[in-house]
Design a protein around this ligand. Structure first.
Ligand SMILES: CC(C)(COP(=O)(O)OP(=O)(O)OC[C@H]1O[C@@H](n2cnc3c(N)ncnc32)[C@H](O)[C@@H]1OP(=O)(O)O)[C@@H](O)C(=O)NCCC(=O)NCCS
Length: 84
């Protein structure tokens, strides 16, 4: 996202569109990979507030001290009642 446009809800809107597209194509699980570094704190916040949970951490994956974090969200109809 262009830094000038961040924090306006566009990230949430894009993610919701991706989820709708994936669900329409029969997808049941959406996985997102990101970094555990402070640079990616806004991204992790986007996923966490969007109903994603941390499914896996691979420590020191990108570099020493920079973990790979896998977030996941269940797209099946009963699980999609988010926010609760
Ligand atoms: C992650 C990113 C795509 C979010 O896009 P966005 O349009 O700013 O997202 P939103 O406006 O929908 O905000 C999503 C959440 O992130 C938070 N956020 C957004 N920009 C932020 C910033 N600069 N600092 C701290 N938090 C921030 C918002 O507070 C929001 O949390 P909320 O749900 O509690 O309100 C954008 O910050 C970005 O492009 N970052 C750099 C690249 C990157 O990290 N890509 C993802 C790689 S996995």
């Amino acid at each position: 996202m262009d830094p000038a446009a961040q924090g306006r809800g566009i990230g949430h809107a894009l993610l919701a569109q991706v989820e709708a597209e994936a669900q329409a194509r029969g997808g049941r699980l959406l996985l997102i990979e990101t970094s555990g570094s402070s640079l990616y704190a806004p991204a992790r916040r986007l996923y966490e507030t969007g109903g994603y949970r941390c499914e896996a951490v691979i420590h020191d994956f990108y570099a020493p001290g920079d973990d790979l974090i896998v977030f996941g969200k269940d797209l099946t109809p009963n699980a999609l009642a988010w926010p609760p």
